[in-house]
Ligand binder design. Structure first.
Ligand SMILES: *Cc1c(COP(=O)(O)O)cnc(C)c1O
Length: 341
């Protein structure tokens, strides 16, 4: 980044905000009588969650070898995408940059916040053309670049992340929702070098907890303080915080599940080869495939008739459907159907 201070990028009203502080969560007590938050004394989930998500952050810090002060936890990484836009983009004035095609939620939250969306078209292999990036990055209204790697819905990873960090005059959010499937290095290791970097990760994909709604932002302490300031104090509920802490104590099961999904991904890839209605399977670093079909309408309809739900990407990506890796039984159903078309 050519700018040297993050503060020059932050909306003025946000810089001036004082965070909501829960007295209870910011002090140590042994066995307090809690008459401070108008809660009920009865029930199993009667207390507000820890607004600082201390246990969860300490556990994550240990796992990622990073300071807890560099971690923000959101109600899914979706919430963090929204908060990042709110912190840096002035409504009706500033813009975000996203790749095209990429994860639709960046544009969705920008629209809700009344921020413009500039789209960086990817080439036919879904790679960024660096000169196109340099040209579009000159737009002075741009504050945040959402760089999704591996990219959803295309599946490929983006190379040379540092180039974008160095040549963007704003915040670069590297969304690593699928990093665990990629075998690639996380951009977390670049945090010390780049003050404009935010790395997003989530428990929704490889960890198998989409229903718990927990996502993380990793960044400088300065950026994390801003996120903690604008987030709803009790954004991650008690049950999810406890569930994820428990899960993090069993990393072995997580790795086993990822390995099973990777084995199924390989199996599916082999099965796709002999199937007539498929014209191209794009290579993937994620837990899904982008597939070009000979006749996308009839293939998609046939799958729906059999209640096999997939994500139709046509017409935005002509002829393409995104299909994620399931368990063997689900994958067999899919393959048997496709073979018959
Ligand atoms: C699924 C996904 C997420 C995860 O969102 P959560 O809100 O954490 O469930 C984030 N980014 C991308 C690109 C995704 O595909």
């Amino acid at each position: 980044m050519k700018n040297n201070s993050i503060n020059t990028l932050v909306r003025k009203n946000i810089l001036e905000l004082r965070p909501y502080v829960s007295f209870r969560d910011h002090n140590e007590f042994n066995s307090p009588v809690m008459l401070d938050a108008n809660e009920s004394p009865f029930g199993e989930c009667n207390r507000y969650p820890d607004s600082t998500q201390k246990k969860l952050k300490n556990k994550l810090a240990e796992l990622k070898n990073i300071s807890p002060s560099q971690i923000a936890v959101g109600n899914g990484s979706d919430e963090l995408i929204d908060l990042i836009i709110k912190i840096f983009c002035e409504p009706k004035k500033d813009a975000i940059l996203m790749m095209n095609p990429s994860f639709a939620m960046y544009g969705f939250y920008a629209a809700i916040n009344e921020n413009k969306v500039l789209k960086l078209d990817l080439n036919e292999n879904f790679e960024i053309v660096k000169n196109d990036f340099l040209k579009i990055a000159e737009d002075p209204s741009l504050k945040v670049f959402f760089l999704c790697s591996p990219n959803n819905p295309t599946g490929n990873s983006i190379d040379d992340i540092e180039f974008y960090l160095q040549n963007f005059n704003g915040i670069v959010v590297v969304d690593e929702a699928y990093i665990e499937f990629s075998g690639k290095k996380s951009s977390l290791e670049l945090l010390d070098q780049y003050s404009n970097l935010i790395v997003l990760q989530t428990f929704s994909k490889a960890w198998g907890f989409a229903g718990a709604r927990v996502g993380m932002a990793y960044a400088s302490g300065e950026i994390i303080r801003l996120i903690n300031t604008v987030k709803a104090p009790y954004n991650v509920n008690v049950l999810s915080q406890e569930l994820i802490v428990k899960t993090l104590n069993d990393e072995k099961r997580f790795q086993e599940n990822v390995n099973r999904i990777l084995e199924e991904r390989t199996w599916l890839q082999e099965q796709f080869e002999g199937i007539a209605c498929i014209s191209k399977v794009f290579s993937t670093d994620a837990n899904f495939f982008l597939i070009r079909m000979e006749n996308v309408d009839s293939v998609y309809t046939r799958m729906l008739e059999e209640e096999i739900l997939t994500s139709r990407r046509d017409p935005a990506i002509p002829g393409c459907i995104r299909i994620n890796v399931g368990n063997r039984e689900e994958n067999e159903k899919l393959i048997n159907l496709l073979k018959g078309i």
